[in-house]
Design a protein around this ligand. Structure first.
Ligand code: ADP
Ligand code: MG
Length: 274
């Protein structure tokens, strides 16, 4: 496994889809791990109160008094305390989520710069000093203030789409929200990447969905498709990503391929952006 190109600037990528169970968290942690094993320094920000990304990265987000993304958004702690190194890989870091984050959607409403909280935290010198190559933000399954914070903090949105019935349901609404954020809060925001997930090659439906998504989104869709595989769903139970849990499995190989594609293609995108 050779090295992958280092982006000139940190690539901040929001992984969003307001539908639950489409593979947001699995995609965020496995792309992060796939880039980390290729020598890149990667941070995952867990923005879902369930804390599934934290779990997959081996961070015990139920530990008492843990400094989490909640305190980060509210500005209650030293930012450095919220950044935890994953025991799974030395290049992999996580700002964990705790259950109190569920209240943040409401608590944030009354705060100044409520949509810019995460962006401001990421621009803090304490975070900049880590020198992350990639930051992935794992969104909750809603389009509320947490997801808006993620969209304001990022340049890129990655949408995982499950190869299932109603795959595109809700995607129109998501795109409209992205346009609103782009118009009013973050002009650099754009959908850079679509990843097809949980593909079952035995069904005709999966191919039909993949084709339809490619018709809609063209070359934003990665050519790598993530297969449905039980091992992928087992890995978080061992506090690991599939890339540590079973590196030779189809699931791990496909996430490594997707990570490579992501790293290689955006360098061109970056170069053509004025
Ligand atoms: P989301 O974050 O969008 O809610 P998750 O990433 O948590 O979605 O995935 C939903 C469920 O599907 C989880 O139990 C996860 O382990 C499982 N899963 C995700 N990707 C795959 C896959 N490629 N094959 C099998 N199971 C998967
Ligand atoms: Mg999730």
């Amino acid at each position: 496994s050779g090295q992958l190109p280092r982006p000139i600037n940190t690539r901040v990528i929001t992984v969003a889809n307001q539908k639950g169970g489409v593979g947001k968290t699995t995609t965020a942690v496995n792309l992060a791990a796939g880039l980390a094993v290729h020598g890149l320094k990667v941070l995952v920000i867990d923005l879902d109160p369930q804390g599934n990304a934290s779990t997959a990265l081996g961070i015990d987000h139920r530990a008492p008094d843990i400094a989490s993304v909640y305190e980060l958004l509210l500005g209650e702690v030293d930012i450095r305390e919220t950044v935890k190194q994953s025991p799974n890989h030395e290049n992999l870091y996580c700002v964990p989520a705790t259950l109190d984050l569920a209240g943040a959607e409401i608590e944030l409403v009354s705060l100044v710069a409520r949509e810019n909280r995460l962006r401001n935290a990421l621009n803090d010198q304490a975070i900049v000093d880590y020198g992350f190559d990639y930051v992935f933000i794992d969104c909750p399954p809603s389009l509320g203030l947490l997801t808006v914070n993620a969209m304001v903090a990022a340049r890129e949105v990655l949408i995982p789409i499950q190869c299932e019935y109603y795959a595109l349901e809700g995607v129109g609404q998501l795109l409209r929200n992205i346009e609103l954020v782009q118009a009013h809060l973050n002009k650099d925001l754009h959908v850079s990447t679509i990843l097809l997930t949980m593909y079952d090659g035995r069904t005709k439906l999966a191919d039909q969905v993949a084709e339809e998504v490619r018709r809609h989104f063209g070359d934003k869709v990665l050519s790598t498709i993530i297969p449905r595989s039980v091992k992928v769903s087992e890995a978080p139970g061992y506090a690991m990503t599939i890339i540590q849990y079973d590196p030779g499995s189809r699931g791990a190989m496909s996430y490594l391929d997707a990570a490579r594609e992501l790293a290689l293609r955006a360098n061109t995108a970056e170069a053509v952006t004025p």
